[in-house]
Design a protein. Structure first.
Length: 818
C-alpha cells in the first residue's frame, strides 16, 4: 500500500493572485493571508491603496491580517456557515442581489423535485444506520423532454430561490449572534458592505484557506461563500470569485495531477469496484444536458480519458481492449489519510510509503498514529529531512514517549532533493504553472523524487518480469520511454502531461488540412480525441508545453488591460485562462456588466477580450448558451443537487466537539450527520463539561510546518512552543504571561508557554461565555529548535464529510498552570 501526500485544502482560486487588486471589498475569512500567504497578500495592499477597497477579516483571533483590516469581526470556530447563512438571509430579504445575474446565471429559477425536504436538521433521504443520504430527492423536476422545469417568475414554491429563502430565513442576525458570538451590529455592518457589491460594477472577493476547510463541515462553508458570490453576481468578474489560498507551493499541482486515492489526473475519477463496464463508466461521467442548448463540457470526458490511457499504456491501449480500462484499479472505498491510519491500527495495512509527508506531525490524534505506524511491517520515507514520522520509533522523553524495543516496523529512509535542487514547475493557487530552474546541487546522497520513484518502479518491474505475480500487466506494459529510464527528466514529464499527436491530426473543419503531425506536441486540450490518436497525461495541463516550447517558462509581464491578466506570463490552467467562468462577467447579450473592468465580450462574431474566454468561442449570445459550461444546466448551482454528502444547501452543524453541547437551530441534530466516524473514535470525543474551551490550531509566519525547525534562523525567530489565551481566561485560571501551562483533550496533553493576549477575546454564545485556546502547530521532537509537543496529540479523528480534511480548527480542551 502506498501513501499519498496530503492535500488539506482543495479547490483553487476562481480568479488569481494579481486579480485581488481589482476588488472593491476583500473578505479574509477562514484564513490569515498576511501571515500564511505574505507574498500574495501584497495584492490586498494594492487593492486598498489604488482601488480604495474595504478589507474585512473574520477570525476567532485578531491576526496580523486583522491588524491591517478596515473591519475585524470575531467569530467562534466552526460557525462560519451560520455567519454566511445570515449574510444570505440578509441579501435575500433586503433584495440586495444582482437580480439579472441570479435569474440568468444561477439555478434560482429551476424547480426542485417534490420529494425534497428539510426538517429538524435533516434533509430528505437520511439513513441513520449508514450515516448517509439517499440523494434521489435532491434533484430537479424534469419535463417530458428530460430537461429541468423552470419558473421565470421565481414564484413557484419549489423553485430553487424560494427554497433557498425558506432555508435561510432561520439565519437571523439574532441567530448569528447566538451561534457565532459575533456582535450583531458588526455582523449587520458587514452584511451592508457586502450588499454594496450586488450592483453590476462592484465586486467582493473571498480569500479563504484552512479556517474553512479544516472542519467537519468544511466543504459546505466554501459552498456557502459560493452562494453569497452567486447572489452578488461576483463569480466570473475581475476582482470577484471564491479564492482558495492554498498551502505548499505545489499543492495545487498535486490535486490537479490526481494524487488522491479516488482521482485520476485532471479531476477524472477512478472507477469503483462495481464499475467494471467501460461504457457504463464513461456514460456515468459524460453528463447529459439538463437544459436545452447547453454546452455541457463533460461530454468531453471520453476524449480526456482515452488520451490518458494512451499516455500510460501507449500501443497496448486499443479500442478493442477498452484502452486498458481493466488495468485501472477499482476502488472499494476511498483511501484518505485517516482511513489509512485506521486500517494500520486494525492491522490491515502492512506497508506505507511517505513521500514529502510527515503524517505523525500532520494528522490528528498522535496516539492513534503511533499505534498504526507500530503495526506496519515496513515504512518508507522519502524526504530531505529526518522527520518525526521516520523517527516515530525513537524515544524522545516526554515529547515522544515510546519503547523502541516494542516496535518491529522496518523503516527505510530515502533522502530526496528539495524543489530548489531540481528543475520543474510549481502550480500556484491561481492555477499558474510556473517553471523554475535548479538553483543548487543536492547534498550527500540525495536524489530527485523522480529518480527515486523510477528506481522503485524499474526494480518492481524487473521482479514482476522474473517472478510473475498476481496481475503483472499494468506494470510490465507501462509506457516508460524516457531517455534515461532511471531518471526521467522534468522536461520529459512536462511534455507528457501536455500531450502529443499519435497520428497526423487534421482540421475538423477541413479534413484535407493537417494541423499537427504525428509526434508533435498538442496546442491544447481542444485537440484531444477519443479514437486513440492523441496521448495526454493531464488534459488540464494541455497547452503548457507545445511545439512553441515551454509555456510555463514564459516571463513576459506586459499587461495591456491593467487588470493583471498577463497572458504571456507562465501558463494558467485551463487553456491559459486567468479568470474562470469569465463569460459571466458579461450580461446575457455579451456586454460586460462593468465597463471599467472588461474581461471578455462578444464582438459580433466571436468572444474576445483581455482573457481567454471561458466559453465556446463562436456561440452567439442569441443561442442562449449559459456561462457555467461545466454544469449540464449551464448555470451556477445555488442548490447543489446530489454533489455534497450532507445536503444541497449548506446547513450549520456544530463541530464534533462543541462547547455549547447543542445546535441552537435543531437540538436533535447537533453535528454533521453524514460525517464518517470510525467506531473507536466516537468515545474519544470530549464533552464541554470536562473540556470547556474551544481550541484551534494554526501557523506562524516564522515557521513552515514541521520543517523550518530544522533551520537555525527560523528557530531563533520562534524558539519555543506556546499557546495563546485571553487575559480573562488567564485570570480565571491564575495563569500569567510566560507561565508553563498544560493543555489537554480527551486524547492527550501538551505543555507550552502561555501567551496572554487581547488578540483572543471571550465570546457570548447561546447564553454562555466561550473561551478560545490558540495553538500554533509547528513544534515536534526533531530539528534544531527546542523540542515541543506535537499539536496533533490533541486533535480529533474526524473530517469533512466530502473531502475527509480533519477537524483541526475546532475541538475542545482544558487548560491549567503546569
Ligand atoms: N508561514 C507559513 N505560511 C504557510 C504555512 C506555514 O506553515 N507557515 N503553511 C502553508 C499551508 S500548507 C497552508 S494549507 C496555508 C494555510 O493558510 P491559513 O489557513 O491562512 O493558515 P492557518 O494559520 O492554519 O489558519 C488561518 C486562520 O483561521 C482561523 N480560524 C480557525 N478556525 C476558524 C473558523 O472556524 N472560522 C474562521 N473564520 N477562521 C478560523 C485561525 O485563527 C487562523 O488565523 O498556509 C501556507 N502558508
Ligand atoms: N493541527 C493541525 N494539523 C495540521 C494543520 C493544521 O492547521 N492544524 N494543517 C495541515 C496542513 S494544511 C498541511 S499541508 C499539513 C502539512 O503536513 P506535511 O506536508 O506532512 O508537513 P511538512 O512539514 O510540510 O512536510 C513536508 C515534508 O516534505 C519534505 N520535502 C520538502 N521538499 C521535498 C521534495 O522535493 N521531495 C520530498 N520527497 N520531500 C520534500 C519536507 O522536508 C517535509 O518533511 O499539516 C496538516 N496538519
Ligand atoms: Mo496545507
Amino acid at each position: 500500500m502506498a501513501s499519498l501526500a496530503p492535500t488539506f485544502g482543495r479547490g483553487a482560486m476562481t480568479n488569481h493572485w494579481v486579480d485581488i487588486k481589482n476588488a472593491n471589498v476583500i473578505v479574509v475569512m477562514g484564513g490569515n493571508a498576511a501571515e500564511a500567504h505574505p507574498c500574495g497578500f501584497k495584492w490586498v495592499t494594492e487593492a486598498k491603496a489604488h482601488n480604495h477597497a474595504q478589507f474585512i477579516v473574520i477570525d476567532p483571533r485578531f491576526t496580523r491580517s486583522a491588524a491591517v483590516a478596515d473591519l475585524y469581526a470575531p467569530i467562534r470556530t466552526g460557525t462560519d456557515i451560520t455567519f454566511l447563512g445570515g449574510v444570505i438571509n440578509y441579501l435575500l430579504s433586503h433584495g440586495k442581489i444582482q437580480h439579472q445575474y441570479v435569474k440568468a446565471y444561477t439555478n434560482a429559477t429551476l424547480i426542485v423535485n417534490e420529494g425534497y425536504k428539510f426538517e429538524d436538521g435533516l434533509f430528505s433521504g437520511y439513513d441513520e444506520a449508514g450515516r448517509t443520504y439517499d440523494k434521489s430527492s435532491w434533484s430537479y423536476e424534469l419535463g417530458p423532454d428530460g430537461y429541468a422545469l423552470v419558473d421565470e417568475t421565481l414564484q413557484h414554491p419549489r423553485c430553487v430561490l424560494s427554497l433557498m429563502k425558506q432555508h435561510y430565513s432561520r439565519y437571523t442576525p439574532e441567530m448569528v449572534h447566538n451561534i457565532c458570538g459575533t456582535p450583531k451590529e458588526l455582523f449587520l455592518k458587514i452584511c451592508d458592505i457586502l450588499a454594496g457589491t450586488s450592483v453590476p460594477n462592484r465586486t467582493t472577493t473571498f480569500l479563504y484557506a484552512l479556517g474553512w476547510t479544516q472542519h467537519s463541515v468544511g466543504s459546505q462553508i466554501i459552498r456557502a461563500a459560493a452562494l453569497v458570490q452567486l447572489l452578488l453576481g461576483n463569480i466570473g468578474m475581475a476582482g470577484g470569485g471564491v479564492n482558495a489560498l492554498r498551502g505548499h507551493s505545489n499543492i495545487q499541482g498535486l490535486t490537479d495531477l490526481g494524487l488522491l486515492s479516488n482521482l485520476l489526473p485532471g479531476y477524472l475519477t477512478l472507477p469503483n469496484e462495481k464499475e467494471t463496464d467501460y461504457q457504463a463508466y464513461l456514460a456515468k461521467r459524460t453528463l447529459k444536458p439538463l437544459r436545452p442548448n447547453q454546452f455541457n463540457y463533460w461530454s468531453n470526458y471520453p476524449k480526456f480519458h482515452v488520451s490518458l490511457m494512451k499516455s500510460w499504456w501507449g500501443d497496448m491501449a486499443t479500442k478493442e481492449n477498452n484502452w486498458c480500462f481493466d488495468w485501472l484499479p477499482k476502488l472499494d472505498v476511498e483511501y484518505d489519510i485517516m482511513r489509512q491510519f485506521e486500517l494500520m491500527g486494525q492491522g490491515k495495512m502492512h506497508g506505507y510509503f511517505c513521500q514529502g509527508f510527515n503524517p505523525l506531525a500532520a494528522i490528528p490524534n498522535k496516539a492513534k498514529l503511533i499505534k498504526g505506524l507500530s503495526q506496519l511491517k515496513y515504512l518508507v520515507v522519502i524526504d530531505p529531512l529526518a522527520t518525526e514520522t521516520s523517527c516515530f520509533w525513537e524515544n524522545h522523553g516526554e515529547y515522544n514517549d515510546v519503547d523502541p524495543s516494542k516496535i518491529q516496523t522496518e523503516v527505510i529512509r530515502l533522502p530526496s532533493t528539495c524543489f530548489a535542487e531540481e528543475d520543474g514547475s510549481l502550480t500556484n493557487s491561481g492555477r499558474w504553472l510556473q517553471w523554475h530552474w535548479k538553483g543548487a546541487e543536492p547534498p550527500g546522497d540525495a536524489k530527485p523524487d523522480a529518480e527515486i520513484m523510477a528506481g522503485i518502479f524499474l526494480t518492481l518491474r524487473e521482479l514482476y518480469r522474473k517472478e510473475g505475480g498476481a496481475f503483472p500487466d499494468p506494470i510490465l506494459n507501462l509506457s516508460w520511454g524516457y531517455r534515461q529510464p532511471h531518471s526521467p527528466a522534468p522536461v520529459e514529464l512536462a511534455k507528457e502531461y501536455n500531450g502529443k499527436a499519435l497520428a497526423d491530426l487534421s482540421d475538423p473543419k477541413d479534413p484535407t488540412k493537417v494541423i499537427l503531425m504525428k509526434g508533435q506536441q498538442l496546442d491544447g486540450f481542444a485537440q484531444l480525441k477519443d479514437d486513440g490518436t492523441t496521448a495526454c497525461g493531464c488534459w488540464l495541463f494541455s497547452g503548457s508545453y507545445t511545439e512553441k516550447g515551454n509555456m510555463m517558462a514564459r516571463r513576459d509581464n506586459s499587461d495591456p488591460s491593467g487588470l493583471g491578466n498577463t497572458l504571456n506570463w507562465a501558463f494558467s490552467w485551463p487553456a491559459n485562462r486567468r479568470i474562470m467562468y469569465n463569460r459571466a462577467s458579461c450580461n446575457p447579450e455579451g456586454i460586460p456588466w462593468d465597463p471599467n473592468r472588461r474581461v471578455i465580450w462578444w464582438d459580433g462574431a466571436k468572444w474576445t477580450g483581455v482573457d481567454v474566454p471561458d466559453f465556446k468561442i463562436d456561440s452567439a449570445p442569441a443561442e442562449g448558451m449559459n456561462p457555467f459550461i461545466m454544469q449540464p444546466e449551464g448555470v451556477g448551482r445555488l442548490f447543489a443537487l446530489d454533489k455534497m454528502a450532507e445536503g444541497p444547501f449548506p446547513e450549520h452543524y456544530e463541530p464534533f466537539e462543541t462547547p455549547i453541547d447543542t445546535n441552537p437551530l435543531h437540538p436533535k441534530v447537533i453535528s454533521n450527520p453524514a460525517a464518517r466516524v470510525f467506531k473507536d473514535d466516537w468515545e474519544m470525543f470530549g464533552k464541554s463539561k470536562q473540556y470547556p474551551y474551544a481550541a484551534t490550531t494554526y501557523r506562524l509566519t516564522e515557521h513552515f510546518h514541521f520543517w523550518t525547525k530544522h533551520t537555525r534562523l527560523a528557530s531563533i525567530m520562534q524558539p519555543e512552543q506556546f499557546v495563546e489565551i485571553s487575559p480573562e481566561l488567564a485570570s480565571e485560571k491564575g495563569v500569567k504571561a510566560g507561565d508553563q501551562v498544560k493543555v489537554w483533550s480527551s486524547r492527550g496533553f501538551i505543555k507550552a508557554v502561555a501567551v496572554v493576549t487581547k488578540r483572543i477575546r471571550p465570546l457570548q454564545v447561546n447564553g454562555k461565555t466561550v473561551h478560545h485556546v490558540g495553538i500554533p502547530l509547528h513544534w515536534g521532537f526533531k530539528g534544531v529548535a527546542k523540542s515541543g509537543y506535537l499539536a496533533n496529540i490533541l486533535t480529533p479523528f474526524v473530517g469533512d464529510a466530502n473531502s475527509q480534511t480533519p477537524e483541526f480548527k475546532s475541538f475542545l480542551v482544558n487548560i491549567e498552570k503546569a
